[in-house]
Design a protein around this ligand. Structure first.
Ligand SMILES: [Zn+2]
Length: 91
């Protein structure tokens, strides 16, 4: 039996992807939204592909805000942009 791969939906393109390929954003039980690079923080998670296109779509559709029923602090957007820049080798 092959090991079951955990899949999550990207809030940008709405496609199911391997969880480990996605960036996790988490809202803590205290209501603080932050980036979760290790995928270990407690709370409600939402996922986005490390792709500028998906980040743009998520931003435009306010998918993350809706997923969390909360505003995303600017540093979360900045962190996402930075993370995606690093992953994307040629813009
Ligand atoms: Zn995506």
């Amino acid at each position: 039996m092959p090991k079951k791969i955990p899949m999550r939906q990207c809030v940008g393109c709405r496609e199911m992807k391997e969880k480990k390929l996605l960036i996790r954003v988490v809202k803590s039980p205290e209501g603080q939204v932050s980036l979760d690079f290790k995928g270990k923080l407690p709370g409600r998670g939402a996922y986005v592909c490390p792709s500028p296109e998906c980040l743009k779509r998520a931003r435009k559709s306010r998918a993350l805000e809706r997923a969390f029923s909360a505003q995303l602090p600017p540093e979360v957007w900045e962190g996402l942009e930075e993370q995606i820049k690093e992953v994307e080798p040629h813009g």
